[in-house]
Design a protein around this ligand. Structure first.
Ligand code: ADP
Length: 400
């Protein structure tokens, strides 16, 4: 058994999974929420046992202490002592240009993550709190940072630059970084295994469609382009995010509707996308229910989403000079057959010999191929597993 603790820390939450990387089984998992509040709560689940606790958790270190207590509990725990945790893997959102790979956490690594705070002001400080909490409670356990942005570091300059004055890049780091990198990398690797050909030159488009969504493409397992940019706002319309819009809309609305920078930011991040268009909500299940009951704006939101994905697949195929496989993953990509249907209809020109009936009948969240045998471009549903990807990277780097 080689147990890796995977930690995904938010500003007031800490999700964790203990994964045995030898078998790739999840041994235990849970979440601490409302950290820093007097009404914090925590969950813990292992095979045959689950518990929800309510107890104050003043900070992330206290949350980690509780997680360790739950994992080592003599009756309901899964390990005898914290020393049975071989390493800890931390999800870190923004690694800027400093991290093209996952990295062993030491003081220099932490300083570099701190330097990336301006690029990820909401996430990096929270991720650092999770790291600090674990270092306090597990001072002798090696830790690894796995970055959402590492995948995007594979892009060439022409793909990641914005056509602003060059100084915006040099002075302020304004460029496309891309997010969901751990997921895009994981399903790309799985897709390469399924294709069972040498990776070199293989062109894959990965559609990570969830609450936040992005499409990416790669040649030979290396990212060529990705739809999220400096921040996770760019690209597809999402649950509550606008995705790409004419940038001139921002000053236009600021003047016309008297919005401040903070207000327009919230407008685009929290009130737009599927929610903003439909007025119904951000969850695709609710949108389909409304659309099927005749709600025109819910249907419009779904049509806009699918059209945006289709356009990205087409542009990435052009960018790569073809496409060998298209992968769907994450909450919507894995579960929403009707969204996949709308996206895939009409992509025969790329060489997709679709089995539309199979797609529509596919159970939710299972790995499957949606194209017929001998299809020139193959289409797959591959469930993502970011925690496992983090655990694998952590074991590779910390236990080498
Ligand atoms: P996150 O970006 O928060 O990680 P997920 O990848 O878990 O999101 O995706 C969550 C979204 O997946 C939900 O908002 C919902 O719209 C969608 N979803 C989940 N299950 C289904 C389903 N059975 N059918 C359609 N959509 C689903």
């Amino acid at each position: 058994m080689t147990n890796i603790l995977v930690v995904n820390a938010g500003s007031s939450s800490l999700k964790y999974q203990l994964i045995d990387v030898d078998t790739e089984n999840v041994i235990a998992k849970g979440i601490c929420e409302r950290i820093g509040d007097s009404h914090s709560n925590a969950s813990y689940k292992r095979a045959g046992y689950a518990v929800e606790l309510e107890q104050p958790l003043g900070n992330h270190a206290e949350a980690v202490a509780l997680v360790l207590q739950l994992l080592t509990d003599p009756e309901n725990g899964v390990v005898h002592s914290p020393s049975e945790i071989a390493a800890v893997g931390h999800r870190v959102v923004h690694g800027g240009e400093r991290f093209a790979q996952s990295a062993l956490i030491d003081d220099a690594c932490i300083a570099a993550i701190e330097e990336c705070i301006p690029l990820g002001p909401l996430h990096n400080p929270a991720n650092l709190m999770g790291i600090a909490g674990c270092r306090e409670m597990l001072p002798n356990t090696p830790m690894v940072a796995v970055f959402d942005t590492s995948w995007g570091q594979g892009m060439a300059r022409a793909a990641y630059m914005y056509a602003l004055p060059y100084e915006a890049y040099e002075k302020h780091g304004v460029r496309r970084y891309g997010f969901h990198g751990t997921s895009h990398a994981y399903v790309t690797q799985k897709c390469l295994e399924k294709l069972d050909v040498p990776a070199e030159g293989v062109k894959i488009v990965t559609c990570h469609l969830g609450n936040g969504s992005s499409v990416s493409c790669s040649v030979g397992g290396r990212c060529v382009d990705t739809s999220m940019g400096l921040t996770p706002l760019e690209g597809l319309p999402m649950g509550t995010r606008s995705g790409s819009i004419d940038p001139a809309i921002i000053p236009y609305l600021m003047e016309r509707a008297q919005m401040s920078a903070a207000e327009i930011d919230a407008y685009m991040n929290k009130k737009s996308g599927m929610l903003g268009i439909s007025g119904v909500g951000s969850d695709f299940r609710d949108l389909w229910k409304a659309a099927n009951a005749g709600n025109d704006r819910a249907r419009l939101a779904l049509d806009m989403f699918c059209l945006s994905v289709k356009k990205l697949i087409g542009s990435y195929a052009a960018e790569m000079g073809g496409v060998d496989a298209i992968v769907f993953t994450a909450g919507v990509g894995e579960n929403d057959q009707a969204v996949r249907d709308l996206i895939l209809r009409g992509l025969e020109f790329l060489g997709c010999d679709m089995d539309y009936e199979k797609n529509l009948a596919l159970p939710k969240g299972v790995e499957a191929e949606l194209t017929r045998p001998n299809s020139r471009c193959r289409v797959f549903v591959i469930p993502t597993n970011e925690e496992l990807a983090i655990a694998r990277d952590t074991a590779r780097i910390a236990l080498a």
